[in-house]
Write a protein that binds this ligand. Structure first.
Ligand code: GLP
Length: 261
């Protein structure tokens, strides 16, 4: 795992955007796995800026989002479909047919999930999976105790996660109880994973994921098994890491060309 600690969220986001841009320039038909949440807002803003100012091209790119709320149609402003349209899809030259999200209104849920898995496979798999992390260590909407081999499926949210995601809803009680999410087994099949975490509230989950045991109780800890997993943190999110100094040294001692994106 590569743990990159930046002075603040802005610097970390700039670096993350450069990593994505580098991939799209090297591989214009790249397949991106996308996450929603507050952590990614600045990343999408920066990618839009790179598209507008530097012509970063999304015309050949395919995307798959991690998750969606059950019961919310794509038009619902609180859905992750809407989040992605607002913050990225409507602002870059990505084709509609290649932007994939799970359908929160699917009647046949197992079938919709199996089709999503098949679509990822048909696209050649995910080149780079962007991830956030929940305060209890979840990735996507794979709550603690999710099987580390799980595939795309329906999950029940914890009360904590519902509370943490309440901002988009006028009342916390309105946050759906169920979601569709890529499984942990699905996520780790991506050729590379990039997890972004900012703020002190994420520090315990980050430390558990990086320095704790691999356990279903901290789904992000599965990244310890991934050959190309990067954590991009601000100082606050890194504050509970015992080996923070070591991670800083490793990054600083890398030759310049390995830090250039
Ligand atoms: C939700 C999303 C995750 C996201 C997490 C953290 O649970 N399903 O994909 O990583 O929240 O969100 P935030 O970035 O808002 O802290």
């Amino acid at each position: 795992m590569e743990v990159i600690i930046q002075p603040d969220a802005g610097a970390a986001t700039t670096l993350a955007a450069r990593m994505v841009a580098r991939l799209l320039r090297d591989k214009p038909d790249a397949v991106l796995g996308l996450a929603t949440g507050n952590t990614q807002l600045e990343l999408y803003r920066e990618l839009v800026r790179l598209h507008q100012r530097e012509g970063l091209d999304f015309s050949g790119v395919t995307t798959f989002n991690l998750d969606e709320y059950v019961g919310l149609p794509a038009e619902d402003p609180r859905s992750y479909h809407a989040y992605m349209r607002t913050h990225l899809f409507d602002r870059v030259n990505l084709s509609d047919e290649r932007a994939h999200l799970l359908d929160g209104t699917a009647q046949d849920v197992p079938r919709a999930c199996a089709e999503y898995e098949a679509a990822i496979e048909a696209a050649g798999g995910i080149d780079l999976q962007i991830l956030g992390i929940g305060v209890e260590g979840h990735i996507g909407f794979n709550e603690a105790s999710s099987s580390l081999g799980s595939r795309t499926r329906i999950k029940t949210l914890t009360e904590r996660t519902r509370r943490d995601n309440a901002a988009a809803f006028s009342d916390a009680e309105l946050v759906p109880r169920h979601v569709l999410t890529m499984g942990i087994g699905t996520i780790v099949e991506a050729r590379a994973c990039l997890l972004l975490a900012f703020g002190e509230a994420k520090s315990q989950a980050v430390a558990a994921a990086i320095e704790g045991p691999i356990t279903a109780m901290v789904p992000a800890s599965v990244l310890q098994m991934h050959p190309v997993a990067r954590f991009l943190l601000d100082e606050a999110a890194a504050s509970a890491l015992e080996r923070a100094d070591y991670f800083r040294t490793v990054w600083e001692e890398k030759p310049e060309w390995q830090r250039e994106f």
